[in-house]
Design a protein around this ligand. Structure first.
Ligand code: CU
Ligand code: ZN
Length: 186
């Protein structure tokens, strides 16, 4: 009798192990498929908030060691303008306030894009020339297109004034003149 019970227990354990193994293999296959579909590019179309004129495109591309940010804007006043990723992908408010505060998943202080201590959303300033056009390119070592602190579905806000890179928690960059939602791109 004891031997039969032992045999049943053995069969049960062997059966469970086999099904766990099969499940593990299935999960591994699924995760390798997901990796092939990992997000390589994101894009953000900037539109002006009420009473403003800035528009343009910001692209985010996965590169070795970070995310390459390329921004091209027009309709700006000449000079520097704060540019940040904000927490919410919501540009519906006339003044851009629906985008919330700077995207800050690590609970850090406001800073410059090259600082170790910075909000994930801190992209510093973009400078417009005399005709109101601005181009910016750099590799950001903090932001990510995947994982719990992904920037997908957040927003980019363009500010009227220069970000001083130190005033907490906003950089004192003034009103929000442009807004766009960051989405997945091909
Ligand atoms: Cu901002
Ligand atoms: Zn900030």
């Amino acid at each position: 009798m004891k031997k039969i019970q032992l045999l049943f227990a053995f069969i049960l354990v062997a059966g469970l192990s086999a099904s766990t193994y099969a499940q593990t293999m299935t999960n591994m296959n699924m995760s390798s498929t997901a990796k092939d579909n990992s997000i390589q590019h994101a894009v953000c179309v900037i539109n002006p908030t009420q009473g403003n004129t800035v528009s343009g495109l910001i692209s985010f591309t996965k590169v070795e060691g970070g995310i390459k940010v390329t921004a091209d804007l027009e309709g700006l006043a000449p000079g520097k303008h704060g540019i940040h990723i904000h927490e919410c992908g919501d540009c519906s408010a006339a003044d851009g306030s629906s985008a919330g505060g700077h995207f800050n998943p690590m609970a850090m202080n406001h800073g410059a894009p090259m600082d170790a201590m910075r909000h994930e959303g801190d992209m510093g300033n973009i400078e417009a020339n005399d005709s109101g056009k601005a181009h910016m390119e750099y590799v950001d070592h903090s932001i990510s297109l995947e994982g719990s602190s992904s920037i997908i579905g957040r927003s980019v806000i363009i500010h009227k004034n220069e970000d001083d890179l130190k005033t907490q928690p906003t950089g004192n960059a003034g009103p929000r003149i442009g807004c766009g939602v960051i989405g997945i791109a091909k």
